[in-house]
Design a protein. Sequence first.
Length: 260
Amino acid sequence: MRIDNNWNLQTSSYGRCLRVTVLLFVLQLFAVTYSMAEDKLVIPKLNIKPGTTQQLAVQLVNEEAYVAFQAEFYFPEGIKPAKTSEGKYIVSLSSRGTTHSITANEVSDGGLKLLSYSMGNTSLTGNSGDLFYIDIVSEPTFDGEATIEVKDILFTRASDRKEIALPNASGIVDTKVVKGDANQDGEVNVTDIVATVNKIMGHADASFNETAADVNNDGEINVTDIVMMVNIIMTGGSRQDQQEVKAILKEYGFIFKGEK
């Protein structure tokens, strides 16, 4: 009986150790998955004019470094990826992937698969901002709002060449233009002022919408449009946005009534 008890005790101890080891392994896997949860593709809202070709910006927000990626895009009715006269899809990388190549082709279910890699296995640079662009065509009859879906997003991690699945993403294309929403995020706030200043200074992002930024509809984007954006925010924006705008203007010597 004593021998049996000893054996049971040893078996029990072994079982506990095994369970602890497995639990730690699972927790490590979960930790890796959790850390990846913040890495994602983002498609800023695009105001599109029917019957035109425009550039769709796709952004990457990431903590990890990656050397390659692939993803499949699905476009709504009335929107399709543009092609060259030779029948090639028009896709390009931002400055985050200067050493990378990118290619695109239609898959059997109608999606557009993009693939990007570096022959030297160098990492994509930066941790936010535009990663690549797709030229898209809107039909003359396209009107309203529609969603672009992105699925099967896979990135190859630089540290161990492990394939990491990022969450599905989506973006909105809309024929309606919100005046003042220069960066097309659906709101008029201080980031639109910054985006417009960058445009005037010659450093606009691909997501910058000139029609929205031309608040006074005079065909030009200048300081007058910035003033009108400030008016929009100060009369209808959130308190936080108003305080941020005030802080920026105070840096340039503006004094608001009732304040010193």
